[in-house]
Design a protein around this ligand. Structure first.
Ligand code: SIN
Length: 530
């Protein structure tokens, strides 16, 4: 057993920001499943939404966030995160993070603020179209040289260790984590009174996603198994514009492209957002994604098109270099031809329920970033609010934890016991089950839902759960098996939450209950393991 002052699971903006703060107070185990920069943060193109100009105001950002959230935002969470945004941005800049600037016309520089769907003002700080990568790179530079941080790459958290399961007569608390060391194949025991989940979302639960492979819902599944409350998992955001290409998967075409004048057209070149919403292509994402879905179903086409050819080539190349180059490598010059796009799973708006300090309902377990449900996003996240939430909540969680730090309780944790030392005999079963979950979630639990399809998904997921549990208990654990176990759990949570919400709201749209029912459902969907 190894003991740390802090265990942080995940190496995106929230985990790295927290680890850097915590390292000033004690030892940190920073656990990350694959390479250090493999996170959704590193893939984030758009930027960070924050009030940074005299033409904008906190009230407008708060109003836009609440409008997108379709009645379910926690107003206190929105106000806190929005108003603490500028200070968090200053901290990022002080750590070397660059954001694009432009000439303000008087020879001085000002931040070049972008626009995205649902925002009434230009307020997106960005670094070209690779903002997340810039943040990730700069934070990792600091992590790598910090003596108090042990960066454990290719280590996957298996489960929280709780006093309840160990049989201690005290309030149930998280007192450590079992972690699979992929180099040795062994499961190690880490002890800490502070465990912070910053493990991101669950896009890989769907067949088509803009997320990296690591996004398998591990944090939500672990917290759930440990008994923490989970909320609002029915609200999965589908990004309207993922590149549709036979060889390139999961490549996002940033909403900023629409913010700079890109329009959506169908296979006949006809613009179709004009009749859907006053903000047209810049309507909130749920509306744009549903309109694309309806357009594709109506025409039978495999995709729609995003057309930015009205802009000069030089502008496109300098504002969207990553998108321009990636598409060019795929044989598509986006300055001359429209980009084929489809919606894809993008963001988990629900997650492990926390307060405004990242505290979950399980003592000792904290959650920040996409894995958490603070109430900021409600039923639909406003674009680019998540990097902001990640960095603000990392700071808030740390301040609260710091104010309560005390000598660790002397507890000895049992070593991991493998049910059997056998290696998994049929890897094909794992990959088959993995594919099946992702396909059934796409087909039955997608942008437009029905009770019948949700129930079908629930039944199939129950069977898959039984199969996966058999594997889990009978064979040596591997990352693939652990991810599959987490995917089944998280998929079931999405379905169960969706089945319990008998209305349509934000990202949850069901043909059986197309209206919004405030009298019964103006509340979070809270799930707890019985
Ligand atoms: C994008 O660039 O479109 C993604 C921004 C976000 O999801 O916040």
């Amino acid at each position: 057993m190894r003991t740390f002052d802090f265990i942080v699971i995940g190496s995106g903006i929230a985990g790295l920001s927290f680890a850097l703060k915590a390292a000033e107070k004690g030892s940190v185990a920073l656990i990350t499943k694959r390479g250090r920069s493999e996170s959704s943060t590193a893939w984030a193109q758009g930027g960070v939404a924050c009030v940074m100009s005299g033409e904008d105001s906190f009230d407008l950002h708060i109003r836009d966030t609440i409008t997108a959230g379709a009645g379910l935002c926690n107003e206190q969470a929105v106000r806190t995160i929005v108003t603490e945004g500028p200070a968090a941005i200053s901290q990022l800049m002080a750590m070397g993070v660059n954001f694009d600037v432009r000439d303000n016309g008087n020879g001085a520089h000002e931040l070049d603020l972008g626009r995205e769907g649902g925002h009434s003002k230009r307020r997106i700080l960005h670094f070209q179209d690779a903002t997340g990568l810039e943040i990730e790179t700069r934070l990792l530079e600091r992590i790598a040289s910090h003596p108090a941080i042990e960066l454990m790459e290719n280590h996957m958290a298996v489960d929280c260790i709780t006093t309840g399961k160990l049989g201690y007569a005290m309030e149930n608390s998280c007192v450590g984590v079992y972690v699979l060391n992929e180099f040795s194949g062994d499961v190690e025991t880490l002890r800490s009174d502070v465990t912070v989940l910053a493990s991101g979302g669950c896009g890989k639960v769907y067949l088509y996603t803009t997320n990296p492979d690591v996004a398998t819902g591990d944090g939500v599944a672990m917290a759930w198994r440990a008994g923490a409350a989970v909320a609002n998992m029915e609200f999965i955001q589908f990004h309207p514009t993922c590149l549709y290409h036979t060889e390139i998967n999961s490549f996002l075409i940033s909403e900023a492209v629409r913010g700079e004048g890109g329009i959506l057209v169908n296979e006949r070149g006809r613009r179709f957002m004009e009749n859907q919403h006053p903000q047209k292509e810049l309507a909130p994402r749920d509306i744009v994604a549903r309109a694309i879905d309806a357009e594709m179903k109506r025409s039978g086409a495999k995709c729609v098109y995003l057309d930015i050819t009205s802009k000069p080539q030089e502008f496109i190349k300098s504002r969207f270099p990553t998108i321009y180059e990636t598409c060019l490598r795929a044989g598509l010059d986006i300055s001359r031809e429209p980009i084929p796009v489809v919606p894809a799973a993008h963001y988990q708006c629900g997650g492990v329920k926390t307060d405004l300090y990242g505290e979950t309902s399980l003592r000792g377990l904290h959650a920040i970033g996409e894995v958490a449900c603070t109430g900021l996003h409600g039923a639909n996240r406003l674009a680019s609010n998540s990097l902001l939430e990640g960095v603000v909540m990392a700071g808030r969680a740390f301040e609260k934890i710091r104010s309560q730090l005390r000598k660790p309780v002397d507890i000895s944790l049992p070593e991991w016991r493998s049910g059997s030392v056998q290696d998994v005999d049929e890897l094909v079963v794992i990959s088959h089950n993995w594919d099946e979950i992702r396909r059934l979630m796409w087909d039955y639990v997608g942008i437009v839902r029905t009770e019948k399809r949700l129930k079908r998904a629930a039944t199939r997921l129950r069977n898959l759960h039984t199969e996966v549990q058999e594997f889990y208990w009978n064979f040596k654990v591997t990352r693939d098996l652990l991810e599959l176990r987490n995917l089944v759990t998280v998929a079931s949570l999405v379905v169960d939450c969706a089945l319990s919400r008998k209305e349509s709201r934000g990202l949850h749209f069901t043909l059986d209950y197309p209206g919004t029912d405030d009298a019964r459902f103006l509340r979070d969907t809270i799930m707890r393991r019985i």
